[in-house]
Structures are given as C-alpha cells and as structure tokens.
Design a protein around this ligand. Structure first.
Ligand code: CO
Length: 144
C-alpha cells in the first residue's frame, strides 16, 4: 500500500438517528429519495442501519441496537440525531490501520466487519479534527 494518497473515495456519511423509520420516511417523503434500503441489525457493532443511496454516495443511517450500543451516548448528547462519522475507502484495512497507528492516530478497534460486509476501523476524533473517521476496505465486488 502506498503511504500517500491511500484514502480512496468518500464512501458514506454516517448519521445517528433516534428513530430509523422516521429518518427513512424523511429522506423518502421530504427529499424524494427512492433508493433506501430496509433497516438491518448489526449486533456486533450494536447498531441497526439503512443506506440512503444517492448519485454521489451514501448516507448511512444508524440507530442503537441493544443496551451496549456505542452510539447511545452520542444520541444522549444529540437527542435529535446528527452527523456521526465519515467513511473513506482503503485498499487494505490492516495496512491502513498500522500506518495510522504509526502516525500517532488512536485506532479504536481491530478491523471488524462493518455494514458493507468488509472490515472497518474507526479513528479517534480527538486525533482528526473532531471528526470520527471510519476506514473501510473497498468491497472486492465493487458494490456499495
Ligand atoms: Co459507517
């Protein structure tokens, strides 16, 4: 992996919402988006999610699943929901993760399977200008 320009496309913007059905209804009925996936549960990450598919990329709606959800605290501080993370694609999640650690970023987890079915890591927002950054290995089939 090249150590420069290793960030691939911006894959999605993660938005935490208190009510995923209400959020889906808003994107559908107010913004007229027709391509929105059904909500799915991702128990290992403690979230349920749905993708709002736009020509330029995706919005990933996430809401807590279970008692130990990592986004419960975020929603406590932001009861109406809000922008939670941004996600960039990388070719090799393990190499990217090591490089980030080498460069002093706090990598918050070992690579684990994310909502797109490929491994992801999160970087501590305190090291990245207050923005929670998700790195996601590009799906091999090119599908998003
Ligand atoms: Co995400």
């Amino acid at each position: 992996m090249s150590k420069d320009n290793f960030l691939g496309p911006l894959n999605h913007v993660g938005i935490a919402v208190p009510d995923i059905d209400a959020a889906i209804a808003m994107y559908r009925d107010v913004f007229g988006v027709t391509d929105i996936t059904e909500p799915k549960d991702l128990p290992p990450q403690g979230v349920s999610y749905a993708f709002v598919n736009l020509p330029s990329g995706q919005i990933e709606l996430i809401t807590p699943y279970g008692d130990m959800s990592p986004i419960s605290k975020f929603l406590k501080n932001n009861p109406k929901g809000g922008q939670h993370h941004i996600c960039f694609e990388v070719d090799d999640i393990h190499a990217a993760s090591l490089l980030m650690a080498e460069r002093g970023m706090r990598v918050l987890n070992e690579p684990r399977i994310g909502a797109h079915g490929t491994p992801v890591v999160f970087l501590h927002p305190g090291d990245s200008g207050g923005v929670l950054i998700e790195l996601m290995e590009t799906p091999k089939d090119g599908g998003h």
